[in-house]
Write a protein that binds this ligand. Structure first.
Ligand code: CAA
Ligand code: NAI
Length: 243
């Protein structure tokens, strides 16, 4: 059991990669706080895990909701050892067509959401003198992507924040890393136009989309003691899209 005795908070946990991570983390003995603004799905799936999992219907872009949740989690669980900043959205459009609203909306969730959760959880990790923070970047943030000005900006920002936090928090015993997934079979990729999806497999060395479990396993490694000497790293889990 690689996470026995740990409490992990996973955002965007009701679907896709987040949900696969709840499964992997509980299999490895963690108690998991599932965070998602999809209340209905979150409640439904949380039930299937029993008492090892508690669901919070929270929008990570809402600071007040995040603060209230973190206080409640610390009161109920006594600690937060692992934070996985996985929640994210897309609002794709070509630059010339992208509305200011879509630009700002993606920033609010993918960027401010990560800031809100990390800033609220970190004081408890500092107090304990240990912790693991994992945030989800993307191949789009590292190499850019057509139609993703807003999304790519947030995912590149996660790399910068991760490295800054690794430098700030190393002396406090906290490891801060990012995972940069490639195209992974979830609702997010399902929404892409068929024509673009068809082009995808030709650029992936392993010739297939990622599975949510592929990314969950990377989160697990970075959450476990096996990665205790790794911080400020961006782990690419993309089937070899670009090297
Ligand atoms: N790579 C290469 N070319 C692309 C492309 C891509 N990713 N996306 C669009 N294009 C091309 C189209 O094939 C089209 O080419 P032609 O003019 O030669 O036909 C041109 O760009 C314009 O595209 P559309 O006709 O589709 O223009 P639109 O304004 O109707 O839609 C769009 C633009 C919203 C960007 C739409 O094309 C789209 O959704 N593309 C996919 C964007 C994408 O890759 N999103 C990733 C989602 S998954 C994710 O985000 C997870 C992650 O982290 C990787
Ligand atoms: P998904 O759409 O299947 O799941 C995302 C989850 O986040 C949903 O349950 C959604 O309700 C939740 N969420 C969205 N905004 C939220 C908010 N403001 N507050 C709380 N919860 C919120 O997407 P997927 O693919 O599982 O994505 C997970 C992460 O992985 C995202 O950060 C995404 O950007 C990233 N990613 C995904 C890739 C892919 O190809 N699927 C590739 C690279 C990165």
């Amino acid at each position: 059991m690689r996470l026995q005795g740990k409490v992990a908070m996973i955002t965007g946990a009701a679907n896709g990669i987040g949900l696969a991570s709840v499964k992997r983390f509980t299999e490895e003995g963690a108690r998991v706080v599932m965070v998602d603004y999809d209340d209905k799905t979150g409640q439904q799936v949380a039930q299937t895990f029993g008492e090892q999992v508690k669901f919070y219907a929270v929008d990570v872009s809402n600071r007040q909701q995040v603060q209230e949740m973190v206080e409640d989690v610390v009161a109920s669980f006594g600690q937060i050892d692992i934070l996985v900043n996985n929640a994210g959205i897309t609002r794709d459009a070509m630059l010339v067509k992208m509305t200011e609203e879509d630009f700002n909306h993606v920033l609010q969730i993918n960027l401010n959401g990560v800031f809100n959760c990390t800033q609220t959880v970190v004081p408890y990790m500092i107090e304990k003198g240990t912790g693991k923070i994992i945030s989800t970047s993307s191949v789009s943030g590292v190499y850019g992507n057509v139609g993703q000005t807003n999304y790519a900006a947030t995912k590149a920002a996660i790399v910068g924040m991760t490295k800054s936090w690794a430098k700030e928090l190393g002396r406090k015993g906290i490891c801060v890393n990012a995972v940069a997934p490639g195209f992974t079979a979830t609702n997010m990729v399902e929404k892409m136009p068929d024509k673009v999806k068809e082009q995808m497999s030709s650029i992936i060395s392993l010739q297939r989309l990622g599975k949510p479990e592929d990314i969950a396993n990377a989160y697990l490694f970075l959450a476990s003691d096996e990665s205790n000497y790794i911080t400020g790293h961006v782990l690419h889990v993309d089937g070899g899209i670009m090297m």
